[in-house]
Design a binder for this molecule. Structure first.
Ligand SMILES: Cc1ncc(COP(=O)(O)O)c(C=O)c1O
Length: 389
């Protein structure tokens, strides 16, 4: 592919850091000191108190919804976007909650705050907001209104590392936030994810949920002692507080994360420069360019037709294929999640049609690769190809 979705996201320096570790006499490979150091360095970078490193962004979503389930065993509703990754909705279902969808704002591709607020009922347990493709999905009004109504905000920042709202990093504003370090993302630990929070109780619970629900995974002495005192007949090392999972990462992931984090700010800067160039060069009579850019940290170039035009879609796909431009149709997660088979019988038939902004992106939206390695001249060539469709 001449213009792939991602190139060189893992560099020689990351691999060398791993090799240095492996050169030791008897290196620890399961999660240990490097995982703990990565969590601490990530928390400092993000501006939160606690982070827990897991094996994927989907696992971060899963554990977060498991926390919500501990708070609300009775279930309830979680407000989610129709344009997101499957695990944002699957994790809600897996924990027995009902997903309630809110259509997107075309300028951020995230849920429109007005639609979120309109969807809140007395059964709403949380708003699970995805910052889509590097755009900031928050507004001051949304944050204030959710606080006023006592509805927890959970941020999925898997595609938007380094994006900000009013100078604060996304993922530091909600109750809990989730990140992914999958290969195509802003930084990569091959596979990996993070759950972040300022809530000490959530922190302890996520530590346990990550490792089979084991109490000894908590690093709060009082909490461990309380479980041990309540369960004197149990082997003290094997007390399982929750029916949970194994979603741990490894030292290799921790080492790669620490190495990559050192250049994350530079990565964000390069991606943003590329986006600005892309937006000034693509034909704004054919494609949308009026995105809300304040605080954004682009994940991929979004190519969304201004108007529904099936012929242009066909010409564009043909052009991209013959020019070696890798693309994904439907933008984040392949478009409207409500159309997916896993939601059949869960949402009413035809429910997807109630989300016209997402429907537009589903049929007339694409994303193509943006990464730090992309040169100005390549961005220009790419735009020339797209404009000629
Ligand atoms: C918004 C969002 N959430 C969650 C995930 C899941 O992350 P992972 O692929 O690391 O499981 C992704 C993955 O691309 C994503 O884009």
């Amino acid at each position: 592919m001449k213009y792939p979705l991602m190139r060189n996201n893992i560099l020689r320096e990351d691999l060398d850091a791993v090799i240095e570790h492996l050169k030791q006499e008897d290196p620890i490979l399961t999660h240990g000191a490097n995982v703990r150091a990565f969590e601490a360095e990530w928390s400092a970078w993000l501006g939160v108190k606690h982070s827990v490193f897991v094996n994927s962004g989907a696992s971060a979503n899963l554990l977060t919804m498991a926390i919500l389930k501990i708070r609300h065993p009775e279930g309830g509703e979680v407000i989610v976007p129709p344009l997101a990754w499957v695990s944002d909705i699957a994790s809600v279902l897996q924990n027995g909650f009902t997903p309630v969808f809110a259509d997107i704002d075309p300028r951020t591709l995230g849920m429109d705050p007005a639609n979120i607020l309109a969807a809140i009922t007395d059964k709403t347990r949380a708003v699970f907001l995805t910052h889509v493709q590097g755009f900031n999905g928050l507004t001051d009004e949304l944050i204030a209104e959710l606080t006023r109504r006592n509805v927890p905000l959970i941020e999925d920042v898997c595609e938007s590392h380094g994006a900000t709202h009013k100078g604060k990093r996304l993922g530091s504003l909600g109750w809990i936030s989730n990140f992914s370090y999958y290969y195509a993302h802003h930084m990569s630990t091959i596979e990996g994810g993070m759950v972040c929070t300022n809530d000490p109780e959530v922190y302890q619970q996520v530590r346990m949920l990550r490792s089979h629900g084991m109490v000894r995974e908590s690093n709060d002495n009082d909490l461990r002692t309380a479980y041990q005192t309540e369960n004197p007949e149990l082997n003290q090392d094997f007390i399982f507080a929750y029916a949970a999972y194994n979603t741990r990462n490894t030292e290799i992931g921790g080492i790669m994360g620490r190495s990559q984090l050192k250049r994350l700010d530079h990565i964000v800067k390069r991606r943003t420069e590329n986006l600005l160039r892309f937006l000034t060069h693509i034909d704004s009579s054919k494609y949308r360019t009026d995105f809300k850019l304040e605080g954004s940290s682009n994940y991929a170039f979004n190519l969304i037709l201004k108007h529904p035009d099936d012929d242009l879609v066909q010409r564009l796909m043909q052009k991209m294929r013959e020019s070696g431009v890798e693309f994904r149709r439907g933008s984040a997660g392949g478009g409207n999640q409500i159309r997916q088979p896993y939601l059949k019988g869960i949402v009413p038939d035809g429910h997807h049609l109630k989300f016209p902004e997402t429907e537009h992106v589903h049929f007339y939206g694409f994303y193509i690769g943006n990464f730090p390695d992309l040169k100005d001249v390549e961005v220009d060539q790419l735009c020339a190809i797209l404009n000629s469709a």
